[in-house]
Design a protein around this ligand. Structure first.
Ligand SMILES: Cc1cc2nc3c(=O)[nH]c(=O)nc-3n(C[C@H](O)[C@H](O)[C@H](O)COP(=O)(O)OP(=O)(O)OC[C@H]3O[C@@H](n4cnc5c(N)ncnc54)[C@H](O)[C@@H]3O)c2cc1C
Length: 390
């Protein structure tokens, strides 16, 4: 039976000092008041160009982020390797609103793909589609195309070309590529683009992976229809599953604009849809590769146990488990110790670019949202265990 309770394995990669630092960080994040105040202060400081790096870098940044560059993140990749955990370098820029920003993100993402192609400990490349086009275009191109101006059509086509370049580069480097999911109003055009890529690059196996956010009530059906088209079109489907990171924003926008919320009615419905999607893809492994992106113990455990039950090799390349760097090490390291395929998302980038990511991690980890209690409990347990050994 798969268990995640062994904290010695979970935190083996952390020195006593690093363990203490993590404990303090999660202790601070347990307070919604402190998270709100510190996030507000950081945003205000940034607005007046007051330097924040001295406070952010040694604390939340060093916990959740690999470094400013690929080279700076490499020591973390090597450290994870010692524990059979792989790394996925994620250049964390969001919202490519100018041509210069888009081009810079494109060049850097291409570097991550080439780097992954050379490094046996980096099994995937990844990107956020919003980095490669103005968000307004992404939204409009998902709707009625006849409403696009000529310039907008060109911008939408340029987005597809950039995605194609990334997927082709990954294909040539022999590295599968994950395409993150975004807000629902951007997702239709992303889906359309990713499917085109799958038809080109997934003819022999899953190279291109789309992301399904199972907090959306329409995604299970969406996945099943995608499968039917994959069978008909004879291509493979890389399916990365997540619950979804933008629930509040989705609900607020739907309420404000008066359309039905795309989000499941409650957490139990999201959990069920997530596990159903895992099961559906697991039952069709001849067509799917699964990327299980979750910190949920149950959703991690069931997939591992189905693999054991069905006699699927633990290192079968069609099934991967993944957690974010700095979170749920008890799942990652215990699964890796059991020889399953595990990869940590390791974001990297300059502080000002990764701040939106860090704000999301901080709010997601407050006691109100739920994860912190578990992380703190595990860190406390391990600190006590180490003390009792001295
Ligand atoms: C490797 C990896 C890659 C990721 N990539 C992406 C990505 O590309 N796009 C993206 O959007 N997110 C991404 N995420 C974040 C992810 O979507 C979740 O926000 C996060 O992982 C928490 O969900 P969980 O399954 O880990 O855990 P859990 O703690 O079990 O679930 C929390 C999640 O459940 C859902 N939920 C909570 N309350 C409710 C409710 N009342 N009603 C309905 N649903 C509810 C929300 O999605 C919430 O985030 C990624 C996460 C990981 C680990």
């Amino acid at each position: 039976m798969i268990q995640f309770t062994n904290t010695e394995i979970a935190f083996k990669s952390k020195s006593d000092k690093a363990l203490s630092k993590a404990w303090w960080l999660f202790k601070i994040m347990a307070s919604p008041f402190l998270v709100k105040t510190l996030s507000g202060l950081t945003k205000a400081a940034l607005a007046v160009r007051f330097p924040v790096a001295w406070a952010v870098r040694p604390t939340i940044y060093s916990h959740f982020v690999g470094g400013r560059t690929i080279d700076e993140s490499t020591p973390m990749v090597r450290l994870l390797d010692k524990f059979n955990v792989r790394a996925i370098l994620d250049y964390s820029v969001e919202g490519g609103e100018t041509e210069a920003a888009i081009d810079a993100a494109l060049q850097e993402t291409l570097r991550t793909i080439h780097n992954a192609g050379k490094d046996k400990n980096i099994p995937f490349a990844v990107f956020k589609p919003t980095a490669f086009v103005q968000s307004e275009i992404l939204e409009k191109a998902g709707g009625d195309k006849s409403k696009l101006t000529e310039t907008e059509k060109k911008q939408a086509a340029a987005f597809k070309e950039r995605v194609n370049l990334l997927c082709k580069t990954a294909y040539d480097a022999g590295i599968p590529i994950l395409i993150d999911a975004e807000d629902s109003w951007y997702q239709d055009f992303i889906d359309e683009t990713v499917e085109e890529m799958m038809r080109i690059y997934n003819k022999e196996k899953a190279v291109v992976f789309n992301t399904w956010q199972m907090y959306r009530h329409d995604r299970l059906e969406h996945l099943k229809k995608w499968y039917e088209r994959a069978v008909a079109g004879n291509f493979y489907v890389g399916a990365k599953f997540v619950r979804g990171a933008y629930m509040e924003k989705e609900r607020a926008r739907a309420a404000e604009r008066g359309y039905p919320s795309p989000i499941q009615p409650d957490k139990a419905a999201t959990d069920k849809a997530y596990d159903d999607a895992l099961q559906f893809t697991f039952e069709h492994l001849d067509r799917f590769a699964i990327f299980n992106g979750t910190h949920n113990e149950h959703s991690s455990k069931i997939l591992a146990e189905w693999m054991i039950e069905k006699g699927i090799a633990r290192d079968d390349n069609r099934i991967w488990f993944s957690q974010l760097c700095g979170m749920s090490d008890h799942i990652s390291f215990n699964l890796a110790a059991e020889r399953f395929n595990v990869a940590k998302y390791l974001p990297y980038g300059p502080i000002k670019h990764v701040l939106p990511y860090l704000f999301r991690r901080a709010t997601e980890n407050t006691s109100v949202k739920g994860q912190t209690g578990r992380e703190l409990m595990l860190l406390t347990k391990e600190r006590q265990r180490r003390k009792s050994k001295k």
